[in-house]
Design a protein around this ligand. Structure first.
Ligand SMILES: Cc1ncc(COP(=O)(O)O)c(C=O)c1O
Length: 414
């Protein structure tokens, strides 16, 4: 497949044909996969890239002078270039491979935050965050004496630039905010938030775990200092993530782990470290995962992130329209604002796990519970939701099957 130009029209049937799991049945029904917020299905080119490395190369990178090692190194380095291009990272060394978005936020909290923050400094975040972008900051605050503060949420969990401006102070050192909520799909105005934070001298970390897989992202345009995301939510494999960081910030940051590959020279009692990204990638990395992530980037770029975002936007609109008509449903999240393809709801008093089980019986995979966002659940005054999250391969028919199956839930639970 060409990586340079997006397909001209959105060929949903062809896209679906790329994902082997989409032709499978679950509990005797064709699978409807609506748990993309948790992880995405993998297309053949990604599976093939990972298998090809394991089967035909298998060698370690950056170490051997023999052909197999050189081949592995070339593919690994190419994957980094693809990821950098995908997010518009302007200079070399700014895309660090991690094992997940969670590892990436932790690297910033402890590698940057422990040095940059002290008692009385402030970390600004929101109650909308996934725990991966909250707990590292709680722990950093505990360790440094900094204070964790929260932007006031608007109706349905909206974060406005005005609310961020009101919460910023001269002591704010970092604004750590989601690019897209994993509960409602709400997308805060990141560019404006970055401008406000920078005016106050604070750095900005965006949790891009949902954003990067569903929308075109350019770190230079967003003007963010750090961006954390996971490969598995963007059609890549599990066990690989990315931390983008501005070069100057990465250069001043301590690694979380120490060992081989990150060094220039080692003496008995000290060592000289390499610059980013190698300084943060000690030990043998997830080579097959990184190479497959590169294939995922190629795959998404060939379809086009704009086209994917548009498809999901249309599907969301259709889903909200259909779900609005379901008796007894409560839908969460703001309307009339920029949102990714995620719907969270409850059906009367039926427990979310019961709803999920009935849907599962119909071959429909959704996520139920608190979605690693307990403070936001508390803000909404609920214990959890049923979440249907869409991706590039979902169809109106999937939404219709969901709505039909919710009728079964009402039959079973009254
Ligand atoms: C918004 C958000 N941030 C962070 C994460 C954590 O990603 P990972 O588990 O891949 O580290 C998730 C995962 O669901 C998420 O949805």
């Amino acid at each position: 497949m060409s990586t340079t130009s997006a397909r001209t029209s959105y060929d949903l049937e062809r896209i679906r044909g790329d994902f082997p799991l989409l032709s499978s049945t679950m509990r005797g029904n064709p699978l409807v996969y609506l748990d993309n917020g948790a992880t995405a299905l993998k297309p053949d080119p990604v599976i093939d890239a990972e298998v090809a490395y394991l089967r035909d190369i298998s060698a370690n990178i950056h170490r051997g002078v023999y052909e197999l090692s050189e081949r592995a190194t070339v593919l690994f380095d190419q994957a980094r270039d693809k990821v950098k291009r995908f997010i518009g990272a302007p200079s070399d060394g700014e895309a660090v491979f991690t094992k997940s978005a969670t590892e990436a936020t932790n690297m910033v909290a402890f590698g940057w935050g422990r040095k940059a923050l002290g008692p009385g400094d402030e970390i600004l975040t929101t109650e909308l965050e996934h725990h991966a972008n909250l707990i590292p900051w709680q722990e950093l605050a505990r360790q440094t004496g900094a204070q964790l503060r929260f932007v006031e949420l608007g109706e349905g969990g909206v974060v406005t630039a005005e609310a961020v401006a009101a919460a910023l102070t001269a002591r704010t050192r970092i604004v750590a905010i989601t690019g897209m909520s994993n509960v409602t799909g709400f997308m805060p105005p990141v560019t404006e938030i970055s401008r406000l934070a920078h005016d106050r001298g604070a750095v900005v970390l965006v949790d891009g775990a949902q954003l990067v897989s569903h929308h075109p992202v350019n770190v230079a345009e967003l003007d963010v200092d750090f961006l954390a995301f996971s490969g598995h939510k963007m059609c890549g494999p599990t066990g690989v993530g990315v931390l983008y960081g501005r070069r100057a910030l990465l250069d001043a940051m301590d690694p979380l782990l120490y060992g081989g590959d990150m060094i220039v020279r080692v003496y008995r009692d000290h060592a000289d470290y390499r610059g980013a990204p190698e300084r943060f990638e000690t030990g043998t990395p997830n080579i097959s995962g990184v190479i497959a992530l590169g294939a995922a980037v190629d795959y998404l770029e060939e379809i086009g992130m704009e086209a994917i975002a548009r498809h999901e936007e249309q599907l969301l609109e259709y889903a909200l329209g259909r779900l609005d008509g379901v008796e007894g449903i409560t839908l969460y999240g703001p309307r009339g604002v920029r949102r990714g393809g995620i719907v969270s709801f409850n059906l009367g008093q039926v427990h979310t796990h019961d709803v999920g089980s009935v849907l599962d019986n119909e071959g429909i995979a959704v996520r139920t519970g608190f979605h690693c966002a307990q403070p936001f659940m508390r803000h909404l005054g609920i214990h959890g939701t049923v979440r249907a999250s869409f991706y590039l391969y979902n169809t109106r028919d999937d939404v219709d099957r969901l709505v039909e199956a919710l009728g079964r839930v009402r039959e079973v639970f009254g």
